[in-house]
Design a protein around this ligand. Structure first.
Ligand code: NAD
Length: 481
C-alpha cells in the first residue's frame, strides 16, 4: 500500500480537505494505494499555480531550445522509469504488462520526444499584404490548459495532451481518472526532475463530479482538453458555456467497423486482425473494432476463424508477461459490460464465444473474449459503445449497404476496409464518416498522424503537429511601414 499525494506548484501535497480515496487494483480487487482526493479547493490552488507560472513567463518565455531540452529530458526520464511505470499502469487499470511496456510506455516516450523536437522547428507567418504594411501571424499559447483524461491508457493519453500543451508554452493542470491516478502523479514528479519550473505542470487526482467539474467551470482555465465518454464531454461544453467560454476539445467514444469485402485477403490474416482489433486492452479502446461488417459470402468461414482465435485467448494475470488479455478496470465497469451482454441476448443476439465473467476466485474483474452473432443494426450491441471485449457480427450484401451500416451509428472515430481492390478501398475511405480509415490493417498508428473523431466521437485532434493548433491561438500584428 502506498500513499499518493497531488502535485501542485512543484510539490507533493495532500488534498486541502485531507481526504483520500482507495485505489483498487482490478487484477485482484485489492486496495493498492491511498490517493489524495482533490476537489474544488485543490483545483483552485493548482489553477492559481499554473496561472502564476504562465503570467511570469518562467516557461513560455524560455528560449525555445531550452524548453526543448526540458521536454527531451522528461522523455528520457520516462524511458528510464518505463518498467516501474508499466507495472504501475498494470496494477492500476488491469492491462497486460507486456502491452503497457510495448505500447503505452513506448508511445508516451515518443510523444514527449516528438513535441520536444517541434518546439524550435516551427516558424510563424507573414501575410501577403501590400508593400507599405507588415502583417505577422504568430501562434501564442492559450494560458492555463486543463487536461481531463480517462483510465484506458492513463499515461499515454495524458502525454498526448500534456506534451503539445507544454510544447506550445502553456501551463497545465492534469486530472487523471479516479480509477487510474498513479502514473499521472509520477509524471508530475519526473517533469520536475527534468527541470520543468514549478507550477507549469500540476496534477490533481480526484473524482469527476468534484475535481473534474471544478476544472470545467473554473473562470481562470483557458481551455479544456478532454478524453472520455460522450456524456461527460457534453458536460464540459455546458461548463464552458456557463463559465468563461473556455475552449473545449473532445476525444470521445466509438463503435468502429471492420469492413470485410468479398475480395478481402485470406481468412487467417483477417481473423487475427479482427481479434486483435477488438480484444486488445480488453476491448477498452475508443477505436476498438467492435463491429465486424462482413460480406455474406465470407461470413461463415471468417466467423469460424474468429471464434477459434477468441477461444484461444484467455484472460490472465496482467502482471504475467505472457498474458495477452487482462482485467476490466473496475467492478462497476465489469457489471456494465455484463449488463450489455444480457441486453444483447434479450434482444436476440447469439453468443458464439465467451460471454461470461471468469477468474472470479482471484477477486479480479475478468471477462472472456465474446463474439455475438445475429446482431441487427438497431440493436444496442450494434449501436452503443460497450468498451469491453465484445464483438458484434453483421453481414452485408453489397458495398452500399456496408457504407450505410458503417455510418449508421452516432460515432465516427475509426474504421477499417479490407479489400484487394485499391480503387474500391479509396472510394470506401471517402464514403466513411470517420477520423481515421485503415485499409488492410487495423490500429496502425504513429505519433506523426492526427487522431480524433467525426460526429459524436468529438472534435479536435491529438498527436502530430496538428495537435499544437488546439493549444495555441493566432495573433495578427499589423504594422504600417
Ligand atoms: P468518463 O467520461 O467517465 O471519464 C473521463 C474523465 O472525465 C475522468 O477523468 C473522469 O473523472 C472525468 N469526469 C467524469 N465525470 C465528470 C463530471 N461530471 N465532470 C467533469 N469530469 C468528469 O470516461 P471513462 O469511463 O473514464 O473512459 C471511457 C470513455 O473514454 C469511452 O467512451 C472511450 O471511448 C473514451 N475514450 C476516447 C478516446 C479518444 O481518443 N477518442 C480515447 C480513450 C477513451
Amino acid at each position: 500500500m502506498i500513499d499518493v499525494e497531488a502535485f501542485v506548484d512543484g510539490e507533493r501535497v495532500p488534498a486541502v480537505s485531507g481526504r483520500t480515496f482507495d485505489c483498487v487494483s482490478p487484477r485482484d480487487g485489492r486496495v493498492i494505494a491511498r490517493v489524495a482526493e482533490g476537489d474544488a479547493a485543490d483545483v483552485d490552488a493548482a489553477v492559481a499555480a499554473a496561472r502564476a507560472a504562465f503570467e511570469d513567463g518562467r516557461w513560455r518565455d524560455l528560449h525555445p531550445r531550452d524548453r526543448r531540452r526540458v521536454l527531451q529530458r522528461l522523455a528520457g526520464l520516462i524511458d528510464d522509469h518505463r518498467v516501474e511505470l508499466a507495472r504501475l499502469e498494470t496494477l492500476d487499470m488491469g492491462k497486460p504488462v507486456s502491452d503497457a511496456l510495448s505500447v503505452d510506455l513506448r508511445v508516451t516516450v515518443q510523444t514527449f520526444e516528438f513535441f520536444a523536437e517541434a518546439i524550435d522547428k516551427r516558424y510563424d507567418e507573414v501575410a501577403p499584404t501590400d508593400r507599405r504594411t507588415l502583417a505577422t501571424i504568430t501562434r501564442e499559447p492559450l494560458g492555463v490548459v486543463a487536461a481531463v483524461v480517462p483510465w484506458n491508457f492513463p499515461l499515454m493519453l495524458a502525454a498526448w495532451k500534456v506534451a503539445p500543451a507544454l510544447a506550445a508554452g502553456n501551463s497545465v493542470v492534469l486530472k487523471p481518472a479516479e480509477q487510474s491516478p498513479l502514473t499521472a502523479l509520477r509524471l508530475g514528479e519526473l517533469a520536475a526532475e527534468a527541470g520543468l519550473p514549478p507550477g507549469v505542470l500540476n496534477v490533481v487526482p480526484g473524482f469527476g463530479p468534484t475535481a473534474g467539474a471544478a476544472l470545467g467551470r473554473h473562470p481562470d482555465v483557458d481551455a479544456v482538453t478532454f478524453t472520455g465518454s460522450g456524456e461527460v464531454g457534453r458536460m464540459f461544453l455546458r461548463y464552458a458555456a456557463d463559465s468563461n467560454l473556455k475552449q473545449v476539445s473532445l476525444e470521445l467514444g466509438g463503435k468502429s467497423p471492420q469492413i470485410v469485402l468479398r475480395d478481402a485477403p485470406d481468412t487467417e490474416t483477417l481473423a487475427k486482425a479482427v481479434v486483435d482489433g477488438i480484444f486488445f486492452n480488453q476491448g477498452e479502446v475508443c477505436s476498438a473494432g467492435s463491429r465486424l461488417l462482413v460480406h455474406r459470402s465470407r461470413k461463415d468461414e471468417l466467423v469460424d476463424a474468429v471464434v477459434r482465435a477468441s477461444e484461444a485467448m484467455r484472460p490472465g494475470d496482467p502482471l504475467d508477461p505472457a498474458t495477452t488479455m487482462g482485467a476490466l478496470v473496475e467492478k462497476a465497469h465489469l457489471d456494465r459490460v455484463l449488463g450489455h451482454l444480457d441486453t444483447a441476448r434479450q434482444e436476440g443476439a447469439v453468443t458464439l464465444a465467451g460471454g461470461n465473467r471468469v477468474l472470479e476466485e482471484t477477486g479480479g474483474y475478468y471477462v472472456e473474449p465474446t463474439v455475438l452473432d445475429a446482431v441487427t443494426p438497431g440493436m444496442r450491441a450494434a449501436q452503443e459503445e460497450i468498451f469491453g471485449p465484445v464483438l458484434a457480427v453483421l453481414p452485408f450484401d453489397d458495398e452500399d449497404e456496408a457504407i450505410r451500416l458503417a455510418n449508421g451509428t452516432p460515432y465516427g472515430l475509426a474504421a477499417a476496409v479490407w479489400t484487394r481492390d485499391l480503387s474500391k478501398a479509396h472510394l470506401m475511405a471517402r464514403a466513411i464518416r470517420a477520423g481515421t480509415v485503415w485499409v488492410n490493417c487495423f490500429d496502425a498508428s504513429d505519433i506523426t498522424v492526427p487522431f480524433g473523431g467525426y460526429a459524436q466521437s468529438g472534435f479536435g485532434r491529438d498527436k502530430s503537429l496538428h495537435a499544437l493548433d488546439k493549444y495555441t491561438q493566432l495573433k495578427t500584428t499589423w504594422i504600417q511601414l
